[in-house]
Design a protein around this ligand. Structure first.
Ligand code: GTP
Ligand code: MG
Length: 387
């Protein structure tokens, strides 16, 4: 546990003090209802001290969960100042990253992912592991209560000192969320968590995003939905290293076994997600803990096999480079479409293209030339300038 005492849960948003600021503007009629110290201005809400770069680096490195949480808040911040500081902290911690096993978990809403993570995570903690749980939910926002939902579903795990649970960063494009989640994962690794579990509900591109940042990816499915195995797309099965038929307990156990067989047959027709690793279907239950130790054995075997064949490291390398390239794309896109001169000319150029006056190719050439010239003239400070 952290040495720090705080009344703020580690998952709370960083700018909570914003709630307090309304008190200053409170009308006289309500003053009687509040502590006079507030009204007189004598009582100032305690602001959390800003941690220095060194404090953040040292705190994360020694696994202080409160400081890790603060570092992640910095990573998630959309302010350029925080961004730069977070990048410096991350840069210094980078040598301590990369040692964890990164596991992604996807499946339809209600498939039991969070409950499975709770049971699986507890089992791993019992076996001496330190587990960090992250989630990517492009549809979530901090106000929608998904945090509380997951905190309740992972009630035991969230109270364990060997575990760290961080809900999905709110808002932003999936690209932004992906960057924040990757960097959060690295921070957790630097803090000594050796298993990272990343939950995502298969919405839009989120499962592809998670696949691109984990070593092992599992698809959690249910029994009984019938039609074409719940309309599971071949595409998502081809991302998975394991298919987990979940809630295999009680009355559902027999059906789960049948479903497992069906998936098992389907795996013969799909391309495996990982070279040299055949995808299989397994049973699991968070209620009876059925299949959980076996699942861990499977993941261990996966690591062993792919490490030996070199596939493990090759995937990590290409994930890193793909990530860099994706960020270049996004950064250039933002620079281009955020450029006032370009945007000023855009309507006219669009007209010209639509009127058949110039071809799209010519239009692009002209815009890019204009972009080069304005960039050179403006000598813009690069957003990625860290120091
Ligand atoms: N019988 C049984 N029920 C389960 C099991 N795992 C989860 N459930 C139930 O299934 C429901 C959904 O579980 P969640 O863990 O929230 O599912 P999820 O996939 O995380 O859902 P989203 O985060 O909304 O996508 C809950 O009511 C759980 O109690 C299980 O192993 N057996
Ligand atoms: Mg969930």
């Amino acid at each position: 546990m952290s040495n720090y005492t705080t009344t703020t849960p580690d998952w709370a948003v960083s700018n909570q003090s914003a709630v307090m600021s309304g008190i200053e503007g409170i009308k006289d009629t309500t003053v009687g209802n509040i502590n006079p110290a507030f009204a007189s201005g004598a009582f100032k809400p305690k602001r959390r001290m800003t941690l220095t770069e060194d404090e953040l680096v040292d705190g994360v490195a020694r696994g202080d969960r409160m400081i890790l949480s603060r570092a992640i808040t910095l990573i998630e911040s959309n302010s350029p100042k925080h961004f730069a500081k977070a990048q410096r902290v991350l840069q210094r911690l980078l040598p301590q990253t990369g040692k964890a096993l990164r596991i992604g978990i996807t499946g339809v809403p209600g498939a039991g992912k969070s409950t499975l993570i709770e049971a699986f995570g507890n089992m791993l903690c019992d076996n001496g592991h330190r587990v960090a749980v992250l989630s990517i939910d492009p549809t979530s926002s901090i106000t929608k209560g998904s945090i509380l939902g997951d905190k309740t579903r992972m009630g035991t795990l969230s109270r364990r000192t060997e575990a760290f649970i961080r809900p999905s960063p709110a808002g932003g494009t999936l690209g932004g969320v992906a960057r924040k989640s990757r960097e959060t994962m690295l921070m957790c690794e630097a803090a000594g968590y050796d298993v990272i579990l990343i939950e995502t509900v298969g919405v839009g591109q989120s499962e592809t995003t998670v696949r691109s940042m984990v070593d092992f990816f599992m698809l959690v499915v249910l029994t009984g939905a019938g039609d074409d195995l719940q309309g599971i797309k071949k595409g998502i099965m081809e991302l998975a290293d394991a298919i987990v038929v979940n809630k295999a307990d009680g009355d559902n156990l027999v059906r789960a076994k049948v479903t497992r067989g069906e998936y098992e047959r389907m795996t013969e027709f799909i391309r495996p997600a990982t070279d040299g690793w055949p995808t299989h279907a397994y049973l699991a239950s968070a209620v009876t803990k059925l299949g959980l130790p076996e699942l861990w054995q499977v993941i261990q075997l996966f690591k062993e096999t792919t490490t030996k064949s070199g596939v493990f490291q090759r995937r990590r390398d290409s994930q890193l480079l793909d990530w860099m390239h994706a960020m270049i794309d996004e950064h250039l896109h933002n620079l281009f479409f955020g450029d006032a001169v370009i945007m000023g000319r855009m309507p006219e150029i669009r007209e010209a293209v639509l009127g058949g006056v110039i071809s799209p190719t010519q239009a692009v050439a002209e815009l890019v030339k204009m972009f080069d010239i304005t960039r050179a003239a403006q000598k813009k400070v690069d957003l990625f300038e860290v120091r």
